[in-house]
Design a protein around this ligand. Structure first.
Ligand SMILES: Cc1cc2nc3c(=O)[nH]c(=O)nc-3n(C[C@H](O)[C@H](O)[C@H](O)COP(=O)(O)O)c2cc1C
Length: 225
């Protein structure tokens, strides 16, 4: 396993959702590291009811690709009159949509898809006890030179339960296609802190944040390369 961990902050500031992958398999020791980092996350009452399912079977992935393609078809229906409309979107949005489209068409070739589950009805804030582990996993992936994202276009709960023998008391929260990316990690497009953090009362601006650069501390953590 290459020791290329860029450090926590550089990792957080550059972990883009990556959706294009090389065909190279993800070795078990690398996968183990991802899960071993994921399970360090907090959960309500430390119940740790997250469960992860490694999907590598070609037939299962092919079926999931069909669902993803159907999901993409219904999403992209809004561009049906003129698919070229996607090309007129702002750059970031366009690239992101094109990468979603690409993944929908290539899901079966992704080395690993991880299904993330938790106990149904166990928590008052269900995702809150699962997504911290998901984020740990995605950050660990980024730190090890892998890429991935949440990709729920292929999330057909009923069919997945049946196909993968997932018990009824589990809820599937998300799917994570993971692999060695062909796209690069890099700066993230995010609203600045001043637009999303309030001081004292909802809607009240935080003057400290108002005085900070639009990109926040990005330059501190990302080398321009
Ligand atoms: C709960 C959740 C659901 C998501 N669902 C999908 C999805 O179905 N398909 C997809 O391509 N990306 C999905 N994403 C990834 C987001 O689209 C992505 O993180 C966001 O666009 C930011 O992209 P960036 O991190 O590359 O800037 C999801 C993310 C989260 C947290």
């Amino acid at each position: 396993m290459p020791a290329i961990d860029p450090g926590l902050f550089a990792t957080m500031y550059s972990a883009r959702a990556l959706r294009r992958f090389k065909p190279d398999p993800v070795p078990d020791d690398v996968l183990f590291q991802l899960f071993d980092a994921a399970i360090r996350a907090p959960s309500g009452q430390n119940v740790q009811d997250w469960r992860f399912l490694i999907i590598r079977d070609a037939a299962v992935k092919a079926t999931m690709q069909e669902w993803a393609l159907q999901g993409w078809a219904s999403y992209s229906a809004r561009f049906a009159d003129d698919p070229a409309k996607i090309d007129l979107l702002p750059r970031g949005q366009r690239l992101s949509l094109r990468s979603v489209e690409h993944l929908a068409h290539h899901l079966a070739e992704v080395p690993v898809i991880i299904a993330v589950m938790g106990l149904k009805g166990r928590h008052s804030t269900p995702g809150g006890s699962t997504f911290p582990a998901v984020q740990n996993l995605l950050l660990a992936a980024r730190a090890l030179g892998l890429g991935g994202s949440v990709f729920n276009l292929a999330l057909r709960r009923e069919q997945l339960h049946e196909m993968l023998a997932i018990p009824e008391n589990n809820e599937i929260f998300c799917l994570l296609p993971i692999g060695y990316p062909t796209d690069r990690h890099g700066p993230l497009k995010r609203k600045p802190v001043k637009d999303v953090v309030y001081d004292g009362k909802y809607g009240q601006r935080w003057t400290y944040a108002e005085a900070q650069p639009e990109d926040g501390l990005e330059a501190k953590w990302l080398r321009a390369d």
